[in-house]
Design a protein around this ligand. Structure first.
Ligand code: SF4
Ligand code: F3S
Length: 129
């Protein structure tokens, strides 16, 4: 600690980042490269996307570079409140996924698509492990 400066005045990653969340870029991509690197296995599988359980994620960030579509974000980024709520809600409904699966055959067709939540989001569970 810097002498004379309270730790409260030195915001660190740990103070600001509470969890990582998956956003709509995952929808219909579902590459699942993220699940195999997570040290605490906190991914859950929906029919066409994954979510992270916010209370289980330890904020390590290891999964972030694994995702080819940049779908995993720290919840400190602005505008992610909707996705934090969605990750929390469905992590409690969908089954656990800890192993990689083949991504959908048409996944690449959707990598750059916008508005995927309104078009395709499914509340149905995936198959899990
Ligand atoms: Fe798992 Fe770390 Fe990614 Fe959180 S940030 S989901 S703990 S790999
Ligand atoms: Fe989805 Fe990216 Fe993981 S597309 S399944 S968050 S690697």
């Amino acid at each position: 600690m810097i002498q004379g400066v309270s730790a409260h005045h030195l915001p660190s990653k740990w103070e600001w980042t509470l969890t990582y969340v998956v956003d709509e870029k995952c929808i219909k991509c579902k590459t699942t490269d993220c699940v195999v690197v997570c040290p605490v296995n906190c991914f859950y599988e929906g029919e066409n996307m994954l979510v992270i359980h916010p209370d289980e994620c330890i904020d390590c960030g290891v999964c972030v570079p694994e995702c080819p579509v940049d779908a995993i974000k720290p919840d400190t980024e602005p505008g992610l409140e909707k996705w934090l709520a969605l990750n929390r809600k469905y992590a409690q409904k969908w089954p656990h996924i800890t192993v990689k699966k083949d991504m959908p055959k048409d996944a690449r067709d959707h990598w750059d698509e916008m508005g995927k939540f309104d078009k395709y989001f499914s509340p149905n569970p995936g198959q899990g492990d």
